[in-house]
Design a protein. Structure first.
Length: 107
């Protein structure tokens, strides 16, 4: 499943979830979103990940995304003010979850 929104010449991916990894589902969804964004006249596609999600960061890099911004401490602030249930560390790799990483793809 992919959820995105288009506005002001940009497309934001707010969710990309592929339940079966390695089958090309995520790539197909992302490719369709890129096509829709281009058709709508968008010049950029962007999304936010977190610093601990190394697998996703590498996948997006291979798809041509670059780091547009690092929001240091953004997850920490969200944990303190909005959602205390956000874990402090990634259970899979033990990395602290603290920063948001904004990724961008020029279209």
């Amino acid at each position: 499943m992919i959820i995105y929104r288009i506005g002001d010449g940009r497309c934001e991916v707010t969710l990309l979830e592929a339940l079966r990894e390695g089958e090309g589902i995520g790539s197909t969804l992302l490719d369709a979103t890129v096509a829709a964004a281009r058709d709508a006249g968008c010049t950029h596609l962007w999304l936010v990940s977190t610093n601990d999600n190394l697998h996703a960061l590498e996948w997006y890099r291979r798809k041509g995304f670059t780091v547009a911004e690092v929001r240091r401490g953004a997850v920490d602030r969200s944990r303190e003010t909005l959602k205390p249930s956000i874990p402090t560390h990634n259970p899979d790799n033990g990395l602290p979850i603290s920063d948001e990483i904004v990724l961008s793809l020029s279209l």
